[in-house]
Design a protein. Sequence first.
Length: 68
Amino acid sequence: MIPLFLPVITSEMLADLQAPALVVQAIVLVPTVPVAEATRWALSGQAPWAEIGWGLAVVAWIVRRSYR
């Protein structure tokens, strides 16, 4: 389970380190990152709906591809 949490932690740290956009986009494509962001927004009460939709679409696409 720890390898699944590493991209989530890394995505939070890359924002502070001002990492290149390509690295940030690669990390965001890991399915646990959008799920963690969606959970954080759901619990906060203030959700940017465009970002949530994009993150969940990525997760759905990855899950759908895994079943093929």
